[in-house]
Design a protein around this ligand. Structure first.
Ligand code: PLP
Length: 401
């Protein structure tokens, strides 16, 4: 008998499980709105032209070898990543009080940050939004942190529960860590306004709460890299400390390359250098050093002005297509006189719409219309096209009437 005979079958990941079910469905009209990856109008994955160009340059450069990167990753990539999120003229960067380490996309950056905090930060409680990306509680628990939730989403308005958020952070213990989605909150698509961010910042700083930003969608939400970084920059501008996990999965379409960075903004350069020395001790036994290819693509694009500009154009086109899907779906439901207020579809931002459909309605849409999505009613707008909007609108209409 196997020494593993006692191992129980684990449940499928709630998000990736949607694709597993979709793949098994033989229906020609099936639609996968579970996946958090960009698709074209034709439903195809894309590699950005500027990424192809950068890869070509890398391949043609015979001086490039496959040696290990340092533990903290590619130096150029780290510098340029910090510049991208904090801004080219960020005083924190100029004062050398930011340490940036290359990690395995957004997930790996969060994981390294969690591990560092579990080892070196005095308050082991992290507050995460209710709801949030399903991986967050698991990542932080593994870092040795205890996870608590703060109110974020209000089902009644399908918008931000701002009062609840302020109350919950207001009663958090001094020094607690707070996870904030920098923009395009997943799964709700609901972001605070700039005025609300200013209030959140003020409250958090007055209570000494430590911000940990998850920036998985910079540029992908509004189409502007600077606009989508405003929340982070607001917190850095006050001179306080924070952590930021960056991912290039969505905004450069580098999903499977696993390119990301963790930055820790410190009070001064001396602290930053000691923090970096400890980050190395976290990374070394975890994955030793990060992969070279994806980070080289990003660095190639970010350091060349023409390629950078080309990237921003392609990025904006992706963001615009998603925003236009929101308008098409909203109009289609309005044209059908589907009962209910669907304006949240155009108010929400980023890859996802939190429809407000319940799990029975979702199950009905899957069974009768072959539409696949997570049971919390989240749909990926990036998986939608002009051709499939009517089918989705029919399904939603049937589910709510
Ligand atoms: N954080 C949020 C909120 C996300 O939605 C995602 C991806 O879905 C990630 C982090 C990390 O993604 P990756 O590890 O692919 O960069």
């Amino acid at each position: 008998d196997s020494v593993f005979a006692h191992v129980a079958q684990a449940p499928e990941d709630s998000i990736l499980g949607v694709t597993v079910a979709y793949n098994k469905d033989p229906s020609p009209i099936k639609l996968n709105l579970g996946v958090g990856a960009y698709r074209t109008e034709e439903g195809k994955p894309v590699v950005l032209n500027v990424v192809r160009k950068a890869e070509q340059l890398l391949v043609n450069d015979r001086s490039r070898v496959k040696e290990y990167l340092p533990i903290v990753g590619l130096a150029d990539f780290n510098k340029l990543s910090a510049k991208l999120i904090f801004g080219a003229d960020s005083p924190a960067i100029q004062e050398n009080r930011v340490t940036t380490v290359q990690c395995l996309s957004g997930t790996g950056s969060l994981r390294v940050g969690a591990e560092f905090l579990g080892r070196h930060y005095h308050e082991r409680t992290i507050y995460i939004p209710q709801p949030t990306w399903g991986n967050h509680p698991k990542i932080f628990n593994l870092g040795g942190l205890s996870v608590k939730y703060y109110r974020y989403y209000d089902p009644a308005t399908r918008g931000l529960h701002f009062q609840g958020l302020l109350e919950d952070l207001g009663s958090a213990p001094t020094g607690a860590i707070v996870l904030l989605h920098a923009c395009a909150h997943n799964p709700t698509g609901v972001d605070p306004t700039l005025e609300q961010w200013a209030q959140i910042r003020q409250l958090m700083r007055s209570k000494g709460l430590l911000p940990f930003f998850d920036s998985a969608y910079q540029g992908f939400a509004s189409g502007s890299l600077d606009a989508d970084a405003q929340s982070v920059r607001m917190f850095v501008a006050d001179g306080g400390e924070c952590l930021v996990a960056q991912s290039y999965a969505k905004n450069m379409g580098l999903y499977g390359e696993r390119v990301g960075a963790l930055s820790i903004v410190c009070k001064n350069a001396d602290v930053a250098s000691r923090v970096e020395s400890q980050l190395k001790l976290v990374i070394r036994p975890m994955f030793s050093n990060p992969p070279i290819h994806g980070a080289s693509i990003v660095a190639t694009i970010l350091k060349d002005m023409n390629m950078y500009d080309e990237w921003t154009v392609e990025l904006k086109a992706m963001a615009d297509r998603i925003i236009s899907m929101r308008h098409k779906l909203f109009e289609a439901l309005r044209a059908k006189d589907t009962p209910g207020d669907w304006s949240h579809i155009i108010k929400q931002i980023g890859m996802f719409t939190f429809t407000g459909l319940n799990s029975e309605q979702v199950a009905f849409m899957t069974k009768e219309y072959h539409i696949y999505m997570t049971s919390d009613g989240r749909i990926s707008m990036a998986g939608l096209s002009s051709k499939t909007v009517p089918h989705l609108a029919d399904a939603i209409h049937a589910a709510v009437t």
